[in-house]
Design a protein around this ligand. Structure first.
Ligand SMILES: Cc1cc2nc3c(=O)[nH]c(=O)nc-3n(C[C@H](O)[C@H](O)[C@H](O)COP(=O)(O)OP(=O)(O)OC[C@H]3O[C@@H](n4cnc5c(N)ncnc54)[C@H](O)[C@@H]3O)c2cc1C
Length: 416
């Protein structure tokens, strides 16, 4: 029996991760059905910072993060904030998060991230070529900026970590930073330029174009909400939606921050939660930015997109239900307008999204402990756009029983 005669592989979630998995599975000759309750890319992949990076080897839980927790609770507008009302629910996640911040664990995590990030841009190549959108990726590099010498000094251990992982970067004095990005106000003492980082000119259109290519190449998209599975000794045999029962030969759980309940239905209880983030997009910003600029001190990025300036970032631990706190978007604007005085807000749009985050900053990529034909592919946190194509290649290898080429143990679902 060929892959074409078998029941399809069903991919749940048409965010950037699910769409890339679906495309890689199609390349392997499978019939593929991509199921999402909404249209492709309307989840978290709608509004990210558009950065595709191979240098994100520093986890969120850096050593000493435990000391910052009281501050996260005290300042609801800080770059990393916890909502009091959500504290009881997120407490177990926070325990894992703090445990993962020991220097030894951070080192291990950075190795795991580096191994996954390596080749993440290359993994996009066959997909963007098939979709005819290679020009949507700009390889301009990006620069992180520091307003104070103290801020830079406190990040130096993480630069050492990046050096140990072989990340390519250059520390710039203020004058060279001004030459690299003249649109910035002269308020920075240092910059760190990462030449190998890329960005898409429109991250939402990017997912839409990839999804359209998936359909052109023979894939099927169904707009339905998944509510269960049929499972037995042969593994998962069907995906149940509110409208249908879709017989399947395999299933991929790529439902981002909403994957937790689907994993529970397959017998796995995982500490997946969400780091909520915000963005503003300013179509008439008036800031003539050459490349994306990032602040570790304030936790946000400014990226030049084809439809305006994207100001995106910050972390709020507040779960999937609470209303957005739009004051956090105002803070993004205030911070960015210090960099680019006179930013024009006409016709701006604002957004909040849900990063799917594991407490150790490492995504889950691997077969469900109960069923070999159910592959988990979620928890990409701050790096979902960067890692989506790489994840798609690995998921296809797992379902085909091929050597994935890397040791997948750091990403296994049962590591907690
Ligand atoms: C402010 C911000 C900035 C960011 N910047 C960057 C960046 O610059 N670079 C980067 O690499 N990453 C960035 N990220 C992270 C990145 O956006 C995410 O990691 C990524 O979008 C996750 O993709 P996903 O496909 O896993 O999830 P999603 O895009 O959320 O897709 C999941 C999909 O599953 C669907 N779904 C859920 N449950 C069901 C169900 N039961 N039935 C059917 N469908 C279901 C949802 O409708 C959704 O479409 C940022 C995130 C935020 C919030």
């Amino acid at each position: 029996m060929t892959s074409q005669d078998k029941d399809p592989v069903v991919v749940i979630g048409a965010g950037i991760v699910g769409v890339c998995c679906a495309l890689y599975l199609l390349r392997d000759g499978h019939r593929v059905v991509l199921v999402d309750r909404g249209a492709p890319g309307e989840g978290t992949s709608f509004g990210n910072g558009s950065i595709i990076t191979e240098e994100a080897v520093v986890p969120v839980q850096t050593p000493g993060v435990a000391r910052k927790v009281p501050g996260m609770l005290a300042d609801p507008l800080g770059p990393l904030a916890i909502r009091w009302s959500y504290l009881p629910k997120i407490a177990p996640w926070l325990v894992h998060f703090i445990r993962s911040s020991s220097p030894q664990r951070v080192e291990e995590v950075s190795v795991a991230l580096a191994q996954l990030l390596e080749g993440s841009l290359k993994a996009y190549e066959p997909l963007v070529e098939a979709a005819g959108i290679s020009d949507m990726i700009r390889r301009s590099g990006w620069v992180s900026v520091y307003e104070t010498e103290a801020g830079f000094k406190s990040y130096e251990p993480m630069l050492d970590l990046q050096r140990r992982r072989g990340v390519n970067f250059e520390v710039l004095p203020a004058e060279e930073l001004r030459q690299l990005e003249p649109s910035l106000a002269p308020i920075f003492c240092r910059g760190v330029f990462y030449p190998d980082v890329a960005h898409t000119v429109n991250n939402f259109r990017f997912v839409q174009e990839l999804a359209a290519a998936f359909v052109r190449l023979g894939g099927e998209i169904r707009q339905q909400s998944v509510i269960g599975f049929q499972q037995g000794d042969a593994g998962v045999t069907a995906v149940v939606t509110e409208a249908d029962t879709i017989a399947c030969s395999g299933v991929v759980i790529a439902a981002g921050a909403w994957s937790k309940t689907l994993a529970v239905m397959l017998g796995s209880r995982l500490p997946l939660d969400t780091e909520r983030g915000y963005h503003l997009t300013l179509p008439h910003a008036g800031a003539d930015l050459r490349l994306p600029v990032y602040s570790t001190e304030r936790g946000f990025v400014c990226t030049p997109l084809e439809h305006g300036l994207r100001i995106a970032g910050t972390v709020e631990l507040g779960g999937l239900e609470a209303e957005p706190n739009w004051q956090r978007a105002e803070v993004l604007y205030r911070n960015a307008s210090r960099w680019f005085p006179g930013l024009d807000r006409r016709e701006e749009s604002r957004w909040m999204g849900y990063r799917p985050s594991m407490p150790d900053s490492v995504p889950v990529i691997g077969p469900s402990p109960r069923h070999r034909n159910a592959i988990f592919a979620f928890g990409h946190g701050h790096c979902g756009l960067s890692l989506a194509a790489r994840t798609g290649g690995l998921v296809a290898a797992l379902l085909a029983g091929r050597d994935p080429g890397i040791d997948l143990r750091p990403y296994r679902p049962d590591r907690f």
